[in-house]
Design a protein around this ligand. Structure first.
Ligand code: GLP
Length: 264
């Protein structure tokens, strides 16, 4: 696991974008990006859009797969993740809408929709870089505590904590759905690279648990300790509870040239 501590959230976004762009260039036109919702990756999307707009990155032939979707929000609902991804990812990164996939939370047969989603990821050859945020209770995607570490895309019930955390996007708590479709932890772990971004004091405990805590389904993000290419990119505030912060800083300073990510 690589832990990158940046001075602020904007620098963290630029670092994450540079890392993603490096992989995208290696992969070429068949690049598959795994995308997350929430506020954490917004600066990464902005920094990626800047690279695209300045002609330094072109992923217009690539594909994207979202992590999750609420169940029951009608198509076009502004808080459906399909809409959020369209506005924050598809349009600014100039992806073709038909190449951007979000689980179908409005499907009649949700079980089948979940199976189909995993099959579509497999059929395309898997995700090259999965972007992640982390929930205050340690969830990644919508894999709530006690999710199987081997789980696949499926229906989950949101915890009261997650519904409260996400109520800020809705007019009231009652409007936040109770269920979702989410890629499983096993699905996420198959991405060839994962990049988790977090900023702010309120994420410090979650980051400490993801990076330095025990691997446990009680804190689903901790499963990333088992991933061979996981990069955790945080600002100083989100890094404030890391015991080995000085080691991570020292490691970054002494990174061999060939491992360096060139931040635009
Ligand atoms: C939601 C999403 C997660 C995201 C989490 C944290 O629940 N399903 O993918 O990581 O929120 O959101 P934020 O980045 O806004 O703190």
């Amino acid at each position: 696991m690589d832990v990158i501590i940046c001075k602020d959230a904007a620098e963290a976004g630029r670092y994450a974008a540079a890392k993603i762009a490096m992989v995208a260039k290696e992969v070429g036109n068949r690049f598959v990006l795994g995308v997350a919702t929430g506020s954490s990756p917004l600066r990464t999307y902005q920094a990626l859009a800047d690279l695209v707009d300045s002609g330094k990155l072109d992923i217009s032939e690539g594909s994207a797969f979202a992590l999750d979707e609420y169940v029951g929000l009608p198509k076009g609902h502004p808080e459906s993740y399909a809409e959020v991804i369209r506005k924050t990812v598809t349009e600014p990164l100039h992806l073709k809408p038909e190449n951007v996939h979000v689980p179908d939370g409005f499907a009649k047969d949700l079980k089948q929709a979940a199976l189909d989603y995993d099959a579509a990821i497999k059929a395309i050859g898997g995700v090259d870089v999965q972007i992640l945020g982390v929930g205050s209770n340690g969830h990644i995607g919508f894999n709530e505590p006690t999710s199987s570490l081997a789980s696949r895309t499926r229906i989950k019930t949101l915890t009261p904590q997650t519904r409260e955390d996400n109520a800020r996007f809705f007019d009231s708590l009652e409007q936040v759905p109770h269920h979702c479709l989410t890629q499983g932890l096993g699905t996420i772990m198959e991405a060839r690279n994962v990049v988790l971004v977090a900023d702010g004091e309120h994420k410090a405990e979650a980051i400490a648990a993801v990076v330095e805590g025990p691997i446990t389904s009680m804190f689903p993000g901790s499963v990333l300790q088992m991933h061979q290419h996981a990069t955790i990119i945080v600002d100083e505030a989100a890094a404030s509870k890391l015991k080995l912060a000085d080691y991570y800083r020292d490691m970054l300073e002494h990174l061999p040239e060939w491992q360096r990510v060139k931040v635009a």
